[in-house]
Write a new protein. Structure first.
Length: 178
């Protein structure tokens, strides 16, 4: 079945054999709001962070909501002494996506993917779908396998993780695809 939401990510996933749902919401103002709008716990919302290893050399890092990159761990894992975040223009050139919509699926270049170890065993997770408010819901194990992700301990809890978790959300609109 084809998605009525057309992004490079949804086009890349169409016919891939990966079972997923596209969940569309209005443009959220925070990770917490995005999780609530999608009807998922914050820790099942995966942010894709593009990280520069060197000149024209990037990696995608999948970071669950409520966590942040632990830079010393990521540098050690990659065996480098320096990493940085590209500015918005550079990130768009490297991925084809604007910040807030970056995803490995349909990226302008197939950069390696590193997934934090906490993603393993999460069950159903959400990852960006290539547009603001466009989300892909997929089983974590299937996602990691499809992306060929390198799983490693590269994050730590965020200082701003809410103690009470995410509020009880209303169900979002869903489009099932396989």
């Amino acid at each position: 079945m084809a998605s009525s939401i057309d992004t490079p990510a949804t086009r890349a996933l169409a016919g891939s054999g990966l079972a997923f749902e596209v969940v569309r919401t209005h443009r959220p103002g925070s990770a917490e709001e995005s999780a609530a709008l999608q009807g998922i716990d914050l820790d099942r919302l995966l942010r894709t962070i593009v990280v520069r290893r060197g000149a024209d050399d990037y990696v995608f890092v999948l970071v669950p909501g409520g966590r942040q990159i632990d830079w010393p761990k990521l540098r050690a894992h990659l065996g480098v002494s320096r990493l940085s975040l590209p500015d918005a223009e550079e990130a768009r050139a490297a991925t084809g996506y604007e910040r807030g919509a970056i995803t490995p699926f349909g990226s302008a270049s197939p950069w390696p993917v590193i997934a934090d170890v906490t993603v393993v065993g999460r069950g159903r997770v959400a990852i960006g779908g290539g547009g603001r408010g466009v989300n892909i819901h997929v089983e974590a194990a299937d996602l990691l396998a499809r992306l060929g992700a390198d799983v490693a301990d590269v994050t730590r809890p965020s200082a701003e993780t809410p103690a009470g978790g995410t509020p009880e959300p209303s169900p979002p609109p869903r489009i099932s695809l396989a």
